[in-house]
Write a protein that binds this ligand. Sequence first.
Ligand code: R5P
Length: 300
Amino acid sequence: MNVKAKVSVIAFPGTEIISKNVSKELNACSVMPDIHRFPDGEIRVSVAPDKIGEKVIVVCSLDHPDRVILPLLFTVETLREFGAGEIILVAPYLAYMRQDKRFSEGEGISARYFARLLSAYLDVLITIDPHLHRIESLGDIFSIPSYVIHAAPAVADWIKNNVDKPLLIGPDSESEQWVKGLGQKSNIPFIVLEKTRHGDRKVEVTVPELEHWQDNTPVLFDDIISTGKTMLETATHLKKSGLKEPVCIGIHGVFSDNAYRDLLAAGIARVVTTNTIPHASNAIDMSFSISNELKRILHT
Ligand code: R5P
């Protein structure tokens, strides 16, 4: 008799470390979906039926979302046809959250549309520090239960173990929630700067007088590093103010274009990210925070 496993993990490419640790912690089997791309660019998805549990945790990070969304949705459909009950999406990085309002007449609000799409296919969403700014909570746009894991405790540990006399710096008001939370909980001094965005790749950051922070190591902390211009512009100002070489920490290292190379070339001491998106800069592992959240949800 073929008895269904209780919980299984479906690991999308790029989530190998997280998926392996999560399946180990949950004592669940783990399998990768086979995504075959035909010469015309269309795809076919297969999942080994004996690896599909009653509850299925799909781990798929949503950076470069247009590339991954159809493989994800076709996988979910396939899982349902082969008897998956509840399907939980663990999306360590949740895309499209920055287009959270209509900035000009005629623009669509991608965050809402993307949330509606995912809600139609999945039963539960777990993600790490989504870019919640003008939308206050995932519940405002998702119609399925959604859970947010915060990277701050893991980032705080990394700072404690690696940075001497840190001064946390948030490059803009949007980063205040992360910088303030981390600074207050960990007793690290923090300041939040002001940023004006003039285009996709052009930002202006205003830096106040920083004279009495000369002995500290500036730690720039933001949720997303995309083009890297926010970090780059801030780091350039700090250098001019005579501060030590900064460390840049991004929760999600999207790194568009040559962002990573440009940051390293600009004399930044170290660029560090969590492993929500696989990258050479990953130094903070979120696997165990995800496993703990899953254990909590699965056992309640
Ligand atoms: C937006 O406000 C985010 O918090 C980041 O500051 C932003 O996404 C960084 O983008 P970039 O690296 O392209 O400057």
